[in-house]
Design a protein around this ligand. Structure first.
Ligand code: CA
Ligand code: CA
Length: 482
């Protein structure tokens, strides 16, 4: 080794020692990763008045609001797994709520774990991963606040108060205050977390169950909405006539609930209760923002607010989620990044929540990961109007995808069925243009953005034995073998 090379090596070593000794996180921002469950785009900041969401609106006004943001999949587990893994459902094979991600994707490093492995204190509470047992491995976190089973979901689940005609859910007012609901306990924990002194930068994930069904809202929120304030969305007669069979099958999923709600004349009351649940979530978000502002971390904490997917209330004669239309995929998304975003900016560029993982690594200066399929949104955070050629892609079930550009939504089902909607003229997605030859080039342009592969569905829960004590899985022997 030459003297020069040796000197260079020594100085490199010295640099390494310095890097190791220095607090590597000195300038790293904290993260408040704040999510809601099944909240569609009914927030004031996105132009929907009845929900009345002053706290979500003030959060959005502090930074960048994305007005064309979409979930990677219209269901809890595939959406959350995609967001937290940075992998599309078509890559991971996690398409539904019945597949544990961990035994199927043993090598994947989820977002909180990556922060934890890179010097952050990773804390979570409520519903971040899908909430049933086996979806939230403790090694993802330094600290986790989990609700007891009877406190989970939107309110207090059992007993259902009405011997009602529905089997799957209930709605209405509960005689409880905002902080006495299930999510109130999570918010109280997060308030205490934000008041604590932290030695390391933190990644704090707060996952509210609201406004997921059952749509139980504090009575004060329910009463404040009023019976006529939240309109039932229009369901245009014959709207499904131009939808291919695969899309009609998605629309028909769980239609029993919708038929019964309509038969009993309850849809307006269901919408009212859901709207009250959004207001309830908003009130809790206000508590969190106040706690952030009152503590030591207001100036150096990135806040990301997102919902895991949207929700139908009769549009396309469908109830809940599980479709590839705008109503199932469009979500509120706001990012406040001190020193990067400017207040009151709005971007109409199409973005997927798949981009959150690489965005947060970029904003926090953590090593990028080549495996991630999204890209950092930093260019749009800095300039919300800049060119953005990348559409948002969403997947539901194997081989079924939607591609959302700034203007169009193109849907292609596994059997080749297609839909195309022009949002400049038809925001309700009522007229399928896919068969119109005038749009052949538009379709071709969007079809190029479909995922290249469609991974086989991951193994279902029934393929494994799960031990909640050790939080580990064992593959069951295949049936028929001794
Ligand atoms: Ca959900
Ligand atoms: Ca139609």
């Amino acid at each position: 080794m030459s003297g020069q090379a040796a000197a260079a090596r020594l100085s490199l070593l010295a640099a390494c020692v310095w890097l190791t000794a220095a607090p590597a996180h000195a300038a790293r921002p904290n993260v408040l990763f704040l999510s809601v469950d099944d909240m569609n785009d009914w927030v004031g900041a996105l132009g929907y008045a009845p929900a009345r969401t002053p706290n979500i609106d003030r959060l959005a006004a502090r930074g960048a609001l994305f007005a064309n943001a979409h979930a990677p999949s219209p269901k809890c587990n595939p959406s959350r797994t995609a967001i937290l893994s940075g992998l599309r459902p078509s890559t991971s094979g996690i398409y539904g709520n019945g597949e544990w991600w961990k035994p199927n994707l043993p090598k994947v490093v989820m977002l909180p774990r990556y922060f934890k492995d890179n010097g952050y204190y990773a804390a979570g509470g409520g519903k971040v991963f899908h909430h049933t047992p086996g979806f939230n491995p403790p090694d993802s976190w330094d600290e986790y606040f989990d609700l007891q089973d009877d406190l989970k979901s939107a309110g207090f689940l059992v007993p259902y108060r009405r011997p009602n005609h529905l089997t799957s859910f209930d709605w209405g007012p509960l005689d409880r205050a905002d902080m006495e609901m299930g999510d109130g306990a999570t918010v109280r924990w997060a308030e205490e977390f934000l008041a604590r002194k932290h030695e390391r930068p933190f990644f704090l994930a707060v996952g509210l169950f609201q406004p997921h069904l059952p749509f139980y809202a504090p009575r004060a929120q329910y009463d404040a909405v009023g019976p006529d304030e939240a309109p039932v969305p229009p369901d245009k007669p014959g709207d499904l006539d131009d939808v291919p069979p695969a899309g009609r099958r998605m629309a028909a999923f769980r239609t029993n609930d919708l038929e019964l709600i309509l038969e009993h004349g309850d849809l307006d009351d269901v919408v009212r209760a859901y709207t009250a649940c959004i207001r309830h979530a908003d009130a809790l978000i206000g508590r969190l923002l106040d706690a952030l502002d009152a503590g030591a971390y207001a100036q150096n904490t990135i806040v990301v607010f997102w919902s895991d997917h949207g929700y139908h209330f009769g549009e396309k004669h469908h109830f809940a989620k599980n479709t590839l239309w705008e109503r199932s995929s469009r979500v509120p998304l706001a990012i406040v990044a001190p020193g990067v975003t400017r207040p009151q900016t709005v971007s109409t560029r199409p973005v997927s929540l798949l981009n959150l993982y690489p965005t947060l690594l970029d904003l926090c200066g953590l090593p990028p990961r080549a495996a991630l399929e999204g890209v950092s949104l930093r260019p749009l955070l800095e300039d919300p109007k800049r060119e953005w050629a990348r559409p948002a892609v969403m997947t539901f079930g194997r081989g079924n995808h939607a591609v959302r550009s700034e203007r169009y939504r193109y849907i292609r089902y596994a059997d080749g069925g297609e839909e195309l909607y022009d949002h400049a003229r038809d925001p309700g997605e009522w007229t399928n243009l896919a068969a119109d030859p005038a749009y052949a080039a538009v379709i071709e342009r969007h079809a190029r953005r479909l995922p290249a592969g469609n991974a086989p569905a991951a193994l279902p829960k029934s393929a494994f034995e799960f031990d909640p004590q050790s939080y580990s899985w064992r593959r069951k022997p295949k049936a028929g073998k001794p």
